[in-house]
Write a protein that binds this ligand. Structure first.
Ligand code: S3P
Ligand code: PEP
Length: 444
């Protein structure tokens, strides 16, 4: 688990052209959901391409603790023999979700409508992230969260004895809130309805349908209204996890800023609720081509060919934020090399991720000679037109995306860029350093 070991300082230096193929790991969101839905299904779910990052491994362990039979057959290949909706057993020990907000929040939802109790914890980062956004809607089903006065982990979820279906309007644009409510609704007779004002990633809806649940989405004046019919029998599935666009973002952005680069990033999931970064990069003048566009397992997929490019700052439309929420750190790093300002507004959700990502990016960029402006829900990066000083040490606060963003930035700065701790990279992209070095990146 990240955050419990000794810090791992890392450094990146100006590198020659990046070339070759970047085979990034499986999608983290789809991997968590494959394990959780597999555990709630009847029969054996077979998964290939599962991300074996620590976040997902912690979810696999948790599903075993709730009674599913979870087995690793080989690299990324897993089976889950599920217990069926309503079949979760009470775990004998604390569920430690490590660094994973998605893991803990979705699992809390999945168990909240069963008459069992479970105690959840995580690392220092996860123990400082808000859980009220999940425990509040789960309380409407009849589940109770008991724990610290500030609502942070550790906490015990006391599952509802007689759960009631819920109609809930999410106060934040969050797929984790939506997913927790829908997963809780599985074990409740009647319709559970979740309304979101802005569309967030829809992997839960797609995968629930794939497992046989009745889930409908309609657009109304209030936003997107998602209805799940309770107590379905979920049927085990065969799942090929697409590769993670949020991980692809790092080699893609590195290739854009390192002169002469030309790389291929195959098989990337391009679900429109996830692909906002690529739209933004193309608007900035990025030379990205989407080759072999196709559908795999119900998700759009393409191979990305990326060549280094001269970029111009843009104003990112705030309504695009949910579709690229995890990509603002790497976009901020790339924006430092553009000409002109890149304006990112409507991004206050960044303040409650593995760390306060607006603050972490702002401080790290300043330490490397980049001018920024920041506010409660915005960050503006003043592009240095291709020449960024570097030379700074960036604090990563147990946040994988902050670490990888600054390490990519350092591949094109005048002086080396240091991060104080790259340990958290293991949570989502365990082969990051090896993959980047194979492309020619100087990261040590
Ligand atoms: O549902 C998911 O798989 C995720 C949802 C997002 O979080 P929020 O729901 O908090 O926006 C995202 O940041 C996270 O990396 C994965
Ligand atoms: C925010 C992230 O993950 P989580 O919320 O699952 O910790 C992320 O991976 O960028």
């Amino acid at each position: 688990m990240s955050g419990h070991g000794t810090p791992i300082p890392m450094t990146s230096r100006a590198s020659g052209a990046l070339t070759g193929t970047a085979n990034v790991p499986g999608d983290k969101s789809v991997s968590h959901r494959s394990l959780i839905l597999g555990a709630l299904a009847v029969g054996q779910t077979h998964v290939t391409g599962l991300l074996e990052g620590q976040d997902v491994l912690d979810t696999a362990k948790a599903m075993a603790a709730f009674g599913a039979d979870v087995k690793r057959l080989g690299d990324g290949e897993w089976t889950i023999n599920g217990v069926g909706v309503g079949g979760f057993a009470e775990p004998e020990d604390v569920i430690d979700c490590g660094n994973a907000g998605t893991g803990v929040r979705l699992i809390m939802g999945a168990m909240a409508t069963s008459p069992i109790n479970a105690t959840f914890t995580g690392d220092a980062s996860l123990r400082s992230r808000p859980m009220g956004r999940i425990t509040d809607p789960l309380a409407l089903f009849g589940a109770q969260a008991v724990g610290r006065a500030n609502g942070f982990l550790p906490l015990t979820m006391v599952g509802a004895q007689n759960p009631m279906p819920v109609r809930y309007t999410s106060p934040h644009p969050s797929a984790q809130i939506k997913s927790a409510v829908l997963l809780a609704g599985l074990n409740v007779a009647g319709d559970t309805v979740l309304i979101e004002k802005e569309k967030t990633r829809d992997h839960s809806e797609r995968m629930l349908r794939g497992f046989g649940a009745d889930v409908t989405t309609v657009e109304t004046d209030e936003g997107f209204e998602i209805t799940l019919k309770g107590q379905p029998e979920l049927k085990a599935q065969t799942i090929a996890v697409p590769r993670d666009p949020s991980s692809a973002a790092f080699p893609v952005c590195a290739a854009l800023i390192v002169e002469g680069s030309d790389i291929l990033v195959p098989n990337i999931g391009l679900n429109p609720t996830r692909a906002g970064l690529f739209t933004t990069l193309v608007e900035m003048g990025a030379d990205i081509t989407f080759e072999n566009e196709r559908e795999e397992g119900g998700e759009p997929v393409a191979d990305l060919r990326v060549r280094s490019s001269k970029l111009t700052g843009v104003e990112v439309p705030p309504e695009r934020a949910p579709s690229m929420i995890d990509e603002y750190p790497i976009l901020s790093a790339v924006a430092a090399f553009a000409s002109g300002k890149t304006v990112m507004r409507g991004v206050k959700e960044l303040r409650v991720k593995e760390c306060d990502r607006i603050d972490a990016m702002a401080r790290g960029l300043e330490a490397n000679g980049v001018k920024i402006e920041e506010g409660d829900d915005f960050l503006i990066v003043h592009g240095q037109d291709g020449s960024v000083r570097g030379g700074g040490t960036c604090e990563t606060h147990l946040d994988h995306r902050i670490a990888m963003s600054f390490l990519c930035m350092g591949l094109a700065t005048d002086e080396a860029v240091n991060v104080d701790d790259g340990g958290a990279i293991m949570t989502s992209f365990p082969i990051f350093q090896e993959l980047m070095r194979n492309l020619g990146a100087d990261i040590s």
